[in-house]
Design a binder for this molecule. Sequence first.
Ligand code: NDP
Length: 286
Amino acid sequence: MQATIIDGKEISNHIRAGLEQKVSKLTAEGIQPGLAVILVGNNQASRTYVTSKQKSCKAIGMHSELIELPEDVEEHVLLNEIEKLNNRDNIHGILVQLPLPAHISETKVIETISPNKDVDGFHPVNIGKMMTGQDTFLPCTPFGVLEMLKYMDIPIAGKHAVIVGRSNIVGKPAGQLLLNENATVTYCHSKTADLASVTKTADILVAAVGRAKMLNADYVKEGAVVIDVGMNRDENGRLCGDVDYNDVVDKAGYITPVPGGVGPMTITMLLYNTVKSAQKVLANRK
Ligand code: NDP
């Protein structure tokens, strides 16, 4: 039987409609949620992501600002820009588009963003809060994965979730968020022996590897929920995931397509975090 397709665009639109109302209420209270994005250099992919983030902000009535710095910008200049944004009242979220040029320390940059405006959820303070189950900004892509599962009413507690990939921005937090929801979590990575024997035991399989169509039906248990975070190009230059969709779609119970799956959720959760930050400012003012 064909898997139920988890439609990231539909879920995104649903969440964004709710956010638009919150933005309008906040704006009426004199706090228009604002996101500042810093783009260093001229990486085309980064520019495309940034443009899309700005467009999405504006579409729901948020303020958005782009700060562009040259590829050879000195680290202290970038850190100084972040400090200025930390101190601005009309900016509730700060995002520095990664990757950065090699001469700039990503760690220093992330740690300079105020944890109160770290809407990417990458600051160690916010990661620590996520790990200890405290309220915080959750990293956008894993947060989007969780929201998709919840929207589809897919049970998580007691299920075996297998995460393929252990990056700090996707794999590790995805596993942590599912653990927080009482899943039993296994992480796989490039040194995992006999990957298929592990992934085939997953009730929920999250692929965050970065290898086009690597996981075919041999890696998937009948009826499993398959979440494909991967964004790759196939042999024809077309966007595709880490999962071999056509091979898996008849075996899985649920599946996310690429494009139109996790992708749209990432920006939506960025908007969500920025609105949440503005709401905190309002709550503190009252
Ligand atoms: P990274 O390259 O940082 O991490 C990849 C992970 O996959 C690593 O943990 C690596 O293991 C593991 N891995 C690599 N090869 C294998 C293998 N053969 N078997 C098992 N594990 C393997 O990537 P990201 O986490 O940043 O991104 C993953 C994918 O998600 C990419 O396609 C990226 O484009 C996409 N992405 C999509 C987003 C969205 O909005 N949809 C947002 C962010 C990313 P090890 O640690 O041992 O090296």
